[in-house]
Design a protein around this ligand. Structure first.
Ligand SMILES: Cc1cc2nc3c(=O)[nH]c(=O)nc-3n(C[C@H](O)[C@H](O)[C@H](O)COP(=O)(O)OP(=O)(O)OC[C@H]3O[C@@H](n4cnc5c(N)ncnc54)[C@H](O)[C@@H]3O)c2cc1C
Length: 428
């Protein structure tokens, strides 16, 4: 094949399929390349929590009704801290908070790929592995690779790397990147029929420094994920099954794993550094994990993959159709990404060092555990629907001060009995 498109996208997973659909709906001719040849292939290393920030893109794709029909769980969460549970739903009641979905990747990925394949203007080319960039005067103008033992070339006005954490496009383009360590590892397993005393509410545990999640998904499957600090790696390497079960059973309100069927093996990753790449270069752009691989603990990757694909299509569609300058359009995409994600990504990377809670976390998390209004504020921030400055707005700081001040006052010995004793002593 030697063809010319408006956009060629490498990788047909969350970011790539979203970008393909949204570019094509704006009139672009898109080649969507995927090395795997099975349309039903899915990413195994994922715990399936699609943050509420991803909901508007799912709605734009037109997938909400289908997700509901396959039993995707509208997500909400409560968070365990040393100050008690942070329970956002206490203030507003069930099903009122903004939500995303908990839906297994084996359900979501084929759904996205089928949508892309059925979208007019998208050529989904499965079994195509990209291993070369075509350049012209320093500018990327296409990709080449192999499919069924044959070499192929696809040229396009814009090349998009949606090829995940180890992005081939980024490597071939020698894209500047920054890597920071992740001092936690993660293991998870799926359980069918796990008793759900909290209904659909997910549980997140801040165990300082370890973390854990219990998240109900579609098909009555609940995923239980443990994210201990590296200090405990030896224990898990020596006996994965035993260490995982001990960890889960020691959780507050521990899920009853003895009364559920485990589906599949315990899987995970012990080395998952965070990677930030420059998201554009001459003739190309990166979306999803290719641009920013964050900590699995934050469960932001899928929503950010969809959002970044949306921002790119919004910024660059006109330019690839010949209206406007592509360099300027890619600059706008880069700016939007930085504005929306940079501060969040920085905080997540800092927390991934597995350091103790800092003063701001102690101040805000303790208030959220004590006050339903702050719990909601905390949840909306964690859902990545609120900026970092808004999370720490003057209102929020004042509210935390008031809530924590009241708690401190209540914890002081109360002087109420003393005057009575004094009066009694005087024979009043
Ligand atoms: C343990 C763990 C738990 C996680 N849990 C969550 C969670 O709960 N919620 C959440 O939102 N995120 C989570 N994530 C992150 C999430 O999985 C990713 O952010 C998300 O999959 C990124 O989507 P993507 O489309 O950018 O990349 P990917 O899903 O990685 O897809 C990349 C695609 O590119 C293809 N490809 C790669 N190279 C080539 C090539 N050379 N040629 C052709 N095709 C190629 C691949 O086959 C693949 O289909 C988790 C990650 C881990 C590791």
């Amino acid at each position: 094949m030697n063809d010319t498109y408006d956009v060629v996208i490498n990788g047909a997973s969350v970011a790539g399929c979203t970008a393909a659909v949204l570019f094509a709906r704006r009139g672009a001719k898109v080649a969507l390349l995927e090395r795997r040849s099975d349309v039903n292939a899915y990413k195994v290393l994922c715990t399936h929590y699609i943050q509420p920030a991803g909901h508007p893109v799912l709605a734009e794709l037109g997938l909400v009704a289908e997700l509901e029909a396959v039993g995707a769980v509208r997500n909400s969460a409560k968070y365990w801290t040393r100050w008690g549970w942070i329970k956002p739903e206490d203030r507003v009641g069930p099903d009122v908070l903004p939500h995303g979905y908990n839906v297994r990747r084996e359900t979501l990925d084929p759904m996205l790929r089928r949508l892309a394949a059925e979208t007019k203007g998208v050529d989904l080319l499965l079994g195509h592995t990209v291993n070369e960039l075509i350049t012209d005067d320093g500018r990327v103008v296409g990709v080449a690779g192999s499919a069924g033992g044959e070499r192929f070339e696809v040229r396009a006005k814009l090349v998009v790397g949606a090829d995940g954490k180890d992005s081939t496009i980024a490597k071939l383009a020698d894209t500047p990147s920054e890597t920071t360590p992740n001092n936690r590892f993660s293991y998870f397993a799926h359980f069918r029929g796990l008793p759900r005393p909290d209904g659909h509410i997910a549980k997140a545990y801040y165990l300082e420094p370890d973390n854990a999640y219990v998240m109900p998904n579609d098909d009555d499957v609940t995923i239980i994920s443990v994210l201990p600090s590296m200090e405990r790696l030896g224990e898990f390497k020596a006996d994965l099954e035993g260490a995982y079960r001990r960890f889960v059973k020691a959780l507050p309100e521990a899920p009853d794993i003895d009364n559920a069927e485990r589906v599949g093996k315990i899987v995970g990753t012990i080395n998952y550094p965070l990677i930030t790449r420059q998201s554009t270069g001459p003739g190309y752009a990166l979306v999803g994990d290719a641009a920013l691989t964050s900590d699995p603990l934050a469960a932001v990757g899928c929503a950010w993959a969809m959002q970044s694909a949306h921002w790119l299509a919004e910024s660059a569609s006109s330019a690839v159709l010949g209206y406007g300058d592509l360099g300027t359009a890619l600059g706008a995409y880069r700016k939007k990404r930085a504005e929306k994600l940079k501060a969040h990504a920085h905080l997540i990377a800092d927390y991934a060092t597995a350091r103790p809670f800092n003063r701001i976390e102690r101040f805000t998390f303790s208030a959220a555990a004590r006050d339903a209004r702050m719990a909601e504020h905390f949840h909306v921030f964690g859902s990545r629907l609120m900026s970092v400055p808004d999370f720490l707005s003057p209102w929020a700081v004042a509210r935390c001060s008031m809530v924590n001040g009241k708690a401190l006052f209540r914890s002081q010995p109360q002087p109420s009995a003393a005057p009575e004793r004094v009066l009694a002593g005087r024979g009043a």
